[in-house]
Design a protein around this ligand. Sequence first.
Ligand code: NDP
Length: 453
Amino acid sequence: MSLTLTAGQKYAHEVYEAVVRRDPGEPEFHQAVYEILHSLAPVLDQHPEFAQAGLLERLVEPERIIMFRVPWVDDQGNVRVNRGFRVQFNSAIGPYKGGLRFHPTVNLSIIKFLGFEQIFKNSLTGLPIGGGKGGSDFDPKGKSDGEVMRFCQSFMTELYRHIGPDIDVPAGDIGVGAREIGYMFGQYRRIRGGNEAGVFTGKGIDYGGSLVRKEATGYGLVYFVEEMLKTRGESFAGKTVVVSGSGNVAIYAIEKAQQLGARVVACSDSGGYVYDPDGIRLDTVKRLKEVERKRISEYVNHHPKATYHPDCRDIWNIPCHIALPCATQNEIDKKAAETLAANGVIAVGEGANMPSTLEAIDVFLGKGVLFGPAKAANAGGVAVSALEMSQNSMRFSWTFEEVDAKLKQIMTNIHRNSLEAAEAYGHPGNLVVGANIAGFLKVARIMLANGII
Ligand code: NDP
């Protein structure tokens, strides 16, 4: 260890190394911890009381991890077994809050990275929600509705005992949309009795869901990037935009970007990407993905000028002014970032969680590209989830316009608070550092005030 490190840098690094030693098989979790802890050094230097209180050591250790067997029967009568997870990471600010992901790649490392990020993201929203995340290695793709329902019911038959409107409030994520939440909420209600609407967010509008929740992550991302662009006197109008993914976040990011006058030329799924020089027709994408559950490759059957390319990672070779990665973690590596920068990208906003590798982020920051990190830029989804919880508690619903206005204000506040924190701690314009510090400070103060727990 070099003698030139400050006390804060040394503390952050020691805690990071202890995490790697203790949980050696969790690379995604290490990546998330590294990214956050190493940006906190200026705060740790100013606040030695955080190290004295073992704050980082406590922060990187989840309050509780629940892992469980999820047995279910497929349509052929075969017994299938998946693994369920819920990581209740930090409840300093409020009930654990974070989505459930159903995807074959899900493992403890992925859920811990997502849960760890969620602590700071939820803090940034300014709303009373702690950090958690969960999911399963179940793949809903290609399953019948009956299979998805039986899986969701089995998943909830264990999870119900660990959650509640004031304890832990799950929502959707990759592979978990309105259908899956409907089945899980139904099973929870059946087991618990009564109707605790606030136990889930992302519910259907008819049974306690909030207007704008479906659109919130994508719209919020675009509102956040709009704020970034304003700092350089720019806007979405007339810009060429590339959006990866074609799920919930991607669809509503495309919708809002188009409403603001941008030309979105490409989107993707895990099979490949489509490029449409006339601009992506969102009605087609919504029909294919939200209604028919088909592959994005089918888009070209409806729009002959569009082309399909079977490697989704190549989407970043398309020249654009604004890139919005909205698919999955580590989808932009160093090479993709260099290509984007060489092609003149001016802003990158992370709709997905941790879509850029640490090296890619360094490229963007080094080249002066406006960069909106996930925990700030995609916080709109969980922010509206917290507004859904408020409406459930009040047994009252706000209009679309009311929720949308609150979302826009929250995204503007997150951008401003992150910029101010970056400035205050010596990294002007760096939203990665700013968002980490602003999110961390609130959690840290509460953890100090609540004693060693
Ligand atoms: P969806 O399941 O609705 O869509 C995910 C999209 O990403 C699909 O197009 C999917 O393609 C693609 N994708 C998934 N995994 C991969 C992969 N390994 N490689 C390439 N493409 C992939 O999920 P969401 O839109 O809800 O989530 C997208 C991202 O946004 C995730 O990182 C999630 O954590 C994050 N996020 C979501 C929030 C929300 O409110 N939903 C809130 C904040 C963040 P395919 O169909 O082929 O799998």
